[in-house]
Design a protein around this ligand. Structure first.
Ligand code: NAD
Length: 354
């Protein structure tokens, strides 16, 4: 069981250090190898995704990433920027499924901009397809041609999905639902887009293989509305790259606490990249105040999805719940009456709870 650890930039090293402590405390005999990705890799080697890191990522069963990027590197040409390292590793590992839970612990219900009763206890999982759809379809571009008798610029993108691409993310959604409340809501726009009619057809064809999971369908415009109206009706939502991009951000902000949200990106063999949803937070980097819980919860996802260790994953998640119930809060989730702690103290509390 090999884990490649990529602390990255900004608060990345601070938060991954706490997640690694949690992994070590489980005493599960993981082999861990640290490597450079992002701005730190640019500084050391000139490349955001150096060969040594590519090798380490390929050798490992799972990758734990802090975050990459920062203003220091924003002046570089696009191909040398830290974010290119992120795209590079996703491509190299063939990560086609992005899993983003949006969980709002009752203790943090006031962090949301929605009424506490609408979001308290929220626990949904969004699966976004990552490698297809209108973001990658050909033809694409901006060209000049005659439209309605006028020469003008025309922008073109192509929405395209093959049935195999839909089937593999569909299966992952059904499998994930089996580990939760056994409900999948597939989101499409089949009333207008043929690509997503195919999406709906393939999901329906898969459903008989999972008789223990309830499949429903929703049009994306309604799904966007329902997510803010009554988000607790959902368990697993599965959708394509573009709709997933938008809905997963919408869902994550329901919780109001970006420092709490983990994510997983998986390939066909179950190998995964696990990282918090937030970025490198340059404004608080090096101050020891960042919230490490999203990264610690990403480790729980790693144990669940790559290593099949459900009990250990739940141990970490219960420890996080316990720490919140005990009143420990980093600055981003602090409320008067709770105990303000720094990054390392939050790590200490999770270890104590474990
Ligand atoms: P950000 O998520 O880094 O920060 C947004 C705000 O949330 C900041 O005020 C920050 O202090 C706060 N925040 C984020 N994580 C926190 C945590 N764990 N604890 C406490 N507060 C936290 O987003 P941004 O400011 O838009 O981006 C900063 C840099 O991060 C950019 O260079 C961007 O490209 C990069 N980024 C990287 C990733 C990634 O590595 N996957 C994702 C998003 C952004």
């Amino acid at each position: 069981m090999k884990i490649c650890v990529l602390p990255g930039d900004g608060i990345g090293p601070e938060i991954t250090a706490q997640a690694v402590r949690v992994l070590k405390a489980l005493d599960l005999k993981f082999e861990m190898e640290e490597a450079l990705l992002g701005g730190c890799a640019v500084d050391a080697t000139g490349s955001p995704f150096p060969e040594a890191t590519q090798k380490a990522a390929l050798d490992a069963d799972a990758v734990l990433l802090g975050a990459v990027g920062g203003p220091k590197w924003d002046v570089l040409p696009r191909e040398q920027r830290p974010e290119r390292g992120l795209l590079g590793i996703r491509k190299l590992l063939g990560l086609f499924a992005n899993l983003r839970p949006a969980v709002l612990y009752p203790e943090l219900a006031n962090a949301s901009t929605l009424k506490p009763e609408v979001v308290s206890g929220l626990d949904i999982l969004i699966l976004r397809e990552l490698t297809g759809d209108i973001y990658f379809g050909q033809p694409r571009g901006i060209e000049t041609r005659e439209v309605e008798g006028v020469q003008q610029r025309v922008g073109v993108n192509t929405m395209i999905y093959s049935e195999n691409e839909i089937r593999r993310i569909g299966r992952m959604a059904f499998e994930a639902a089996r580990k939760r409340s056994r409900k999948v809501c597939s989101v499409d726009k089949m009333n207008v887009l043929e690509t997503t009619q195919l999406w709906r057809d393939v999901m329906n064809e898969l459903a008989p293989e999972y008789p223990d999971v309830e499949l429903t369908h929703m049009l994306v415009d309604n799904a966007a509305m329902q997510l803010v109206r009554a988000p607790k009706q959902f368990d697993v939502m599965v959708t394509g790259n573009m709709f997933g991009d938008i809905l997963s951000d919408e869902a994550s902000m329901l919780t109001g606490s970006i420092g709490m949200l983990p994510s997983a990106s998986l390939n066909e063999t179950g190998k995964g990249l696990y990282e918090p949803c937030h970025g490198s937070a340059p404004d608080i980097a090096g101050k020891g105040v960042a919230n490490p819980l999203a990264t610690i919860l990403s480790v729980a996802m790693m144990l669940r999805y790559t290593f099949g260790m459900e009990a250990e994953a739940q141990r970490i998640e219960s420890s996080v719940k316990k720490v919140l119930a005990q009143g420990f809060r980093t600055g981003d989730i602090y409320e008067p009456g709770t105990k303000k702690v720094g990054t390392a103290e939050m790590g200490d509390s999770v270890l104590a709870a474990l």
